[in-house]
Write a protein that binds this ligand. Structure first.
Ligand SMILES: Cc1cc2nc3c(=O)[nH]c(=O)nc-3n(C[C@H](O)[C@H](O)[C@H](O)COP(=O)(O)O)c2cc1C
Length: 233
């Protein structure tokens, strides 16, 4: 069983909350895994050219092409994204949009696989984790767990964090905030978040090892998607 981990943050690994959480989830699966960061990659969104409808292969020539085989070969995914404007950051959104290539006809390259969605935000990571779950559902992939945490917004290190009126330090702590190491959020110092990451990894590993039935997961996700469509009509 092989898992593909994707870090959607474009910040360096050492300061990225997404990197810390995706890494921890993967470590706790007990499975073989590959960890890929989208930092430095050029990945455009889907351009709706429909070049993929016959063979489920995207024809856009950029860095996603080199990841296609890894996506197809994986039994499960751990994808993490930062919260930008209460949704996924652009590169992770573009990365997930391009999974459109797998959806055509009986394109069951991804159907019935499993995933963990990870979100990190300066306030909360719920929005990107929920968005990732929705993307997975469109490919009939079951999100077995979502892990969210509060990361260090760049406002803590930009140099203006104590005075900037639209920065996260002032918004969270009020005017007159003094930036010290203690107030800078760090997912690795949030016990509940790290426990959730460990539990998600263990659950994913157990699900993969205990006779994972892709057909059954596919059926259940199809029903869930149809029900989502019915409720949004
Ligand atoms: C352009 C931009 C927009 C952001 N928007 C939000 C936001 O709407 N809500 C939020 O909670 N954090 C927001 N943040 C803060 C990031 O989510 C936060 O820094 C997070 O730790 C990033 O994850 P990383 O540490 O893995 O890079 C934003 C950051 C940037 C650069």
């Amino acid at each position: 069983m092989k898992i593909l981990g994707i870090v959607g943050s474009t910040r360096k690994d050492e300061v990225s909350g997404v990197h810390a959480l995706v890494g921890s989830v993967l470590e706790h699966t007990g499975c073989e895994y590959d960890l890929v960061t989208l930092r430095g990659k050029t990945i455009s969104g889907c351009i709706a050219c429909l070049g993929c409808v016959k063979d489920n292969i995207c024809k856009v020539k950029d860095d996603l092409a080199g990841l296609r085989d890894k996506i197809v070969a994986a039994d499960a995914y751990v994808v993490g994204a930062p919260n930008y404007y209460s949704t996924l950051n652009a590169v992770t959104h573009a990365f997930m949009e391009r999974w459109f290539q797998f959806r055509h006809q009986t394109g069951n390259l991804l159907w019935g696989k499993l995933a963990v969605a990870v979100g990190v935000g300066g306030t909360s990571g719920n929005y990107p984790a929920d968005e990732l779950e929705k993307f997975f559902l469109y490919s009939f992939i079951e999100t077995v767990a979502k892990v969210t945490g509060q990361g260090a917004a760049s406002c803590y290190s930009c140099g203006y964090g104590e005075s900037c009126q639209v920065g996260i330090p002032v918004m969270l702590h009020g005017p007159g905030v003094r930036i010290t190491a203690e107030i800078i959020p760090d997912v690795t110092r949030q016990p509940a978040t790290m426990q959730a990451a460990a539990a998600a990894g263990k659950l994913l590993g157990e699900r993969l090892r205990s006779g994972h039935d892709r057909g059954r997961v596919t059926q259940s996700m199809q029903q869930r998607l149809m029900s989502m469509f019915a409720h949004s009509a």
